[in-house]
Design a protein around this ligand. Structure first.
Ligand code: HEC
Length: 154
């Protein structure tokens, strides 16, 4: 009994110490008020893409073709280019979102629907959680090129 009590006291102390640390960190960091996300994360999403991605003016043709293949294999069962399906329409997604946001969504859908206000809002609206489709960063960029090409030509 005594050891349980001691453990409880120790746990309380650890917990208090940690929450103290946390508020310290928050005050020191450049996080914005909204859910502790940085400005970059709010605009460009949460995930492995943490800086702007450089894209050439015209989509890269090879990447467009590769992106289309991946889209048909891994995305089409839930997304349409025009109009809503299981998930939102993707034909005009780059008018709503940055390339980095789209890449982070593809690479970290769970993190986005859990921790990003736009992801949370979409999860409520679509009521299905987009799964991670085992897509690499290069594949995600190819998908962006495919979506960019589609958007420019439709
Ligand atoms: C099992 C269904 C499913 C699959 C497969 C899927 N998605 Fe999604 N996707 C969704 C849903 C549903 C949402 C809305 C967010 C949520 O509820 O998770 C979404 C959201 C998105 C968004 C955010 C759209 C916006 O307006 O911000 C992007 C981008 C996206 N998906 C791209 C893709 C790509 C690219 C693939 C293929 C690699 C893919 N998705 C595969 C269901 C899916």
């Amino acid at each position: 009994m005594k050891s349980i009590l001691t453990a409880l006291v120790a746990l309380t102390l650890i917990f208090t110490a940690c929450s103290g640390d946390d508020s310290q960190q928050r005050a020191d960091s450049s996080e914005t008020e909204e859910q502790g996300l940085t400005e970059f994360e709010l605009e460009h999403g949460i995930g492995p893409i943490t800086e702007r991605v450089s894209l050439s003016e015209e989509p890269d043709e090879d990447l467009v073709i590769r992106g289309r293949d991946i889209y048909e294999m891994k995305c089409e069962m839930c997304h349409n280019m025009e109009g809503r399906m299981v998930g939102p329409a993707l034909g005009d997604v780059l008018e709503r979102r940055s390339a980095e946001f789209v890449m982070n969504f593809i690479l970290n859908p769970q993190g986005m629907t859990r921790n990003h206000p736009e992801g949370q809002r979409m999860l409520q609206e679509y009521m299905t959680a987009m799964p991670f489709q085992n897509v690499s960063e290069d594949d995600a960029k190819a998908l962006v090129e495919f979506l960019r090409d589609y958007n420019m030509n439709n």
